[in-house]
Write a protein that binds this ligand. Sequence first.
Ligand SMILES: NC(=O)c1ccc[n+]([C@@H]2O[C@H](COP(=O)([O-])OP(=O)(O)OC[C@H]3O[C@@H](n4cnc5c(N)ncnc54)[C@H](O)[C@@H]3O)[C@@H](O)[C@H]2O)c1
Length: 464
Amino acid sequence: MKVAIIGAGFVGTPTAVVLAERGHEVSVIEADEERARALREQRPLLYEDGLEEALVDIHLGIGLGAKGSLDVYLRGDPVAVDALAAADVTIVCVGTPTDGGHQNDTALVGAVEDWRNAIGDHAPDQRAIVIKSTVLPGTCRRLLEGLRDKWGADWSDLYHSPEFLAEGTALADARDPSRVVIGAPTCGSLTAVHLVQAAMAPFNRQHLTTLENAETTKYASNCLLAARLSALNDLARVCASVGADAVAVARLAGEDPRIGSQYLSPGGGWGGSCFPKDVQALVSMAVDRGISVPSLSGAIVSNEEAKNWAISQFWDTMSRPPLIDASVKVAVLGLTFKPGTNDTRESPPMEFVWSMVRSTCDLDNMEIVLYDPTGTPPEEEALVSYADGLGVKVRCADVHEAVEGAHVLVLGTAWEEVAGADLRWVASVMEDPRVVLDTRRMWSPYAAGLYGLDYRGFGLGRAS
Ligand SMILES: NC(=O)c1ccc[n+]([C@@H]2O[C@H](COP(=O)([O-])OP(=O)(O)OC[C@H]3O[C@@H](n4cnc5c(N)ncnc54)[C@H](O)[C@@H]3O)[C@@H](O)[C@H]2O)c1
């Protein structure tokens, strides 16, 4: 089957790879020239475990189903238009950011228009478009109405198949999804439904439902996950105040099968390209409809509290001797919002760094050194020049250079390399007072204390 994917981001790229592996002829259409070129050369700009290797295998024709292939085109090129016109199924994977609390549909509408223009004046027969981007309930029906204006009221082949993959395990999730939800218009044609199902085959766990159910399921999933983390992080702050350890408490609470142990790690706030924007967009939509959703708006407030933990601990350390009047080196290990990805969108460690730099305190004597295993984050240039203007020194370095001589270490992302660091070495190269702020609870408080580190972990109280 010929499948076109619009948008080669964190969702579009793994989706394209997996569909090519399953034997489809996949054409990827990407608007960003650099992203398109890098993908064509099998060196994607986004980092995901196994992605580059999978692209090389596809390029070499290794392990592909019958006709599997993957071609990449730049949006607007005549070949890209031909690929859209020829595709049996077109899958839209463009970004749907939240601006001012509301979903911004600009890229989505642009992608659907690209497809409509490529098809032309006559209603397409045996061609379907699938919206995979996360969209608020009602969006797909509006898009469908727009296409009907052009092709007549009987045309119904627009579907919604929300994506549930998680960055960090995107390729594995795309290869073995927990479920494939296909939302269809109530009057959709069965041929096109079968076409869409076949494009997603042989994935099992397919569920056919309405457009609105599919749209809302995606938000329900993200809201429930975010709210669970927020509730846990609220409890973690209570743990810290009563001398308990949130990690131990969460582990014991999770032994109740009704609670379960997955997704139950306390940490300094959730971030990334999905939870913040999706929870916010749903809350705004609910408010617009006069529905009060205190548990969801509360989850956002709670998340700000969790993110503030590192920054308040940091200033607490800085406002006391011996650091109050000293030159201080602060190292931040891990900048992405979670391990396994190079995505720093809405990343709590990056927010921590920005918040340090933006603070009104006198930072003349401070040097901030950043390290992430995936290299320099995209915002680094903006950050460094902003900091430069304020006279604050910010630079990126390798892990050794970052830790050596640091007075304060902030553990930002639970990369294996950071979580498994040799604490004896860390303690031996840091400078007094050797403060460690562990926002993700990666290190053992006992081991850190043993080596003489002043360890402070999110949700960790000091037992009396
Ligand atoms: N990132 C995730 O973990 C994740 C998980 C599930 C769902 N989602 C949802 O999937 C959607 C895509 O997310 P993402 O993280 O992959 O976004 P992204 O920003 O990484 O990628 C989107 C890509 O689409 C391209 N694009 C925009 N308009 C285009 C057009 N008309 N033609 C061709 N290319 C175009 C952009 O250049 C960009 O490369 C969003 O709605 C998001 O909420 C994301």
